[in-house]
Design a protein around this ligand. Structure first.
Ligand SMILES: [Zn+2]
Length: 237
């Protein structure tokens, strides 16, 4: 579909700055022209027109940290401190979640993202082969970096999930999806496992990635004021 979005303030994110009463021309899935509404409408008379009067026309937002499937847990055990929230409420519940639950939760997040103007999400969750977050992102048409979250207590399972996800999804869905290696946090992933995950990442990059689309890392860091103490307690460092 070819169309012109006109009449809004175009935030170009380039040296052209903001174009008041501007327009953007889209052919298929590509922006081919940007300019003032009157000029653009003259230049592309037969294109479908979408009136964005009083609105902002801007690039899609990027959500840099998300757990897409957790839309299903929204509001659950709210207001507890992080440690209690995770250990006594969230992790016990998540143990019962199937791949399909994860897929459905991610589907809801993906649709809500589009409605809110977010076109790329970086999500950390549990990768399962039968259903997963990548499937939901691919179906809705978002871009996404989909990570498998790693913990010291399930190394073997993690390494397999990382390999499966990279083989199946890295640069998948016409390049819209990439995968990442996600050590959960410095207090749940021991130093030796951290080093092992670096090696796994190198291996996945050699097998499945390119310089433009590498397999990256995604980790929680400095979440709470007592994090340094938690790391000391867990690993004595
Ligand atoms: Zn998080």
């Amino acid at each position: 579909m070819d169309f012109v979005i006109f009449g809004g303030s175009v935030v170009t994110m380039s040296e052209r700055g903001i174009i008041r009463d501007g327009a953007v021309v889209v052919e298929g899935d590509t922006i081919i022209d940007v300019g003032r509404s009157d000029e653009i409408r003259r230049k592309y008379p037969r294109y479908e027109k979408i009136d964005a009067g009083g609105k902002v026309i801007m690039p899609g937002l990027i959500n840099a940290h998300q757990h897409a499937a957790m839309s299903l847990l929204r509001g659950y055990a709210d207001d507890y401190p992080l440690k209690e929230w995770l250990e006594e409420w969230v992790w016990p519940l998540e143990r019962h979640m199937t791949g399909y639950d994860i897929y459905v939760g991610a589907l809801l997040t993906a649709v809500e993202s589009v409605i809110g103007g977010t076109t790329t999400i970086n999500t950390m969750y549990h990768y399962m082969e039968d259903h997963n977050e990548a499937m939901a992102i691919a179906e809705v048409g978002l871009r996404g970096v989909v990570g498998h979250v790693c913990f010291s207590w399930r190394k073997e399972q993690d390494i397999k999930a990382l390999e499966d996800s990279a083989r199946r999804w890295h640069r998948g869905a016409d390049g819209r999806i990439r995968v990442s290696v996600d050590p959960h946090a410095p207090y749940t992933v021991d130093p030796e496992y951290m080093r092992e995950l670096r090696a796994v990442t190198r291996e996945l990059n050699e097998k499945y990635a390119s310089a433009e689309a590498p397999v990256i890392w995604h980790i929680h860091l400095a979440e709470t004021s007592d994090e340094a103490q938690k790391i000391r307690e867990s690993f004595g460092i």
